[in-house]
Design a protein around this ligand. Structure first.
Ligand code: SF4
Ligand code: SF4
Length: 203
């Protein structure tokens, strides 16, 4: 859940239409038309990514007239389906994926069960990845993929890159190479698998 109290406002006199803001926005809330950026305050989730990166300092974050609340009501979804989807992505439903907004895996799973199909849609509905926009992208991508959606990374690599290798996909030859150097891949994976199952017996 996230309360959106600010939104991005562009000073058209300073904007040079470079499109950096458009490329870094996690929810497609800002777009450049005729070499000028325009932000949509109905979509902006106040991450300030655009304002931080604008080379012209043309974007300011200002207080919203009306606060927006983002969030998906997990209680409207079958907990067994939520858990099954989270486990498919090797996540525990109660695990916090986004420490900036406190968004848990179960809320992302509920959003996907409710019809979201892209990381951007999930961000717009739940608020995940709308602050630092970096730390939670990988578990978010894993859940989007586990729900049966294809991922289409931004070809320019601005918004997000592809999925990184997880403990469940490391090839045996890589494990063999590094096991003798103090890495414990299989033991790590066993521990992570146990974390995923915590609370499963209550359902
Ligand atoms: S990053 Fe700044 S200068 Fe570039 S298009 Fe956006 S508002 Fe304009
Ligand atoms: S503040 Fe974040 S969500 Fe709002 S327009 Fe800028 S990049 Fe997009």
């Amino acid at each position: 859940m996230k309360r959106v109290t600010m939104n991005a406002v562009v000073d058209q006199n300073l904007c040079i239409g470079c499109k950096i803001c458009e490329k870094v926005c996690p929810v497609y809330a800002i777009q450049v038309t005729n070499r000028k950026a325009f932000s949509d305050d109905q979509k902006c989730v106040a991450c300030a990514n655009c304002a931080d990166r604008c080379p012209q300092h043309a974007i300011k974050m200002v207080e919203r007239a009306e606060i927006r609340e983002l969030g998906v009501d997990v209680s409207k979804f079958d907990p067994k389906e939520i858990r099954a989807l989270c486990e498919k992505a090797h996540l525990n439903p109660e695990q916090i994926l986004c420490y900036c907004t406190g968004t848990r895996a179960e809320e992302v799973a509920a959003c996907l069960l409710g019809g979201a199909t892209t990381p951007e849609e999930v961000s717009a509905q739940t608020g995940i990845r709308t602050a630092c926009t970096i730390e939670c992208i990988q578990p978010l991508l894993r859940l989007v993929q586990a729900a049966g959606n294809e991922l289409h990374p931004d070809p320019n690599g601005w918004r997000w890159y592809g999925v990184t290798t997880t403990a469940w996909e490391i090839p045996q030859e890589v494990k063999d190479k590094y096991n003798s150097r103090g890495f414990y891949f299989d033991e790590d994976r066993e521990l992570l698998d146990r974390v995923v199952k915590v609370g499963a017996d209550k359902q």
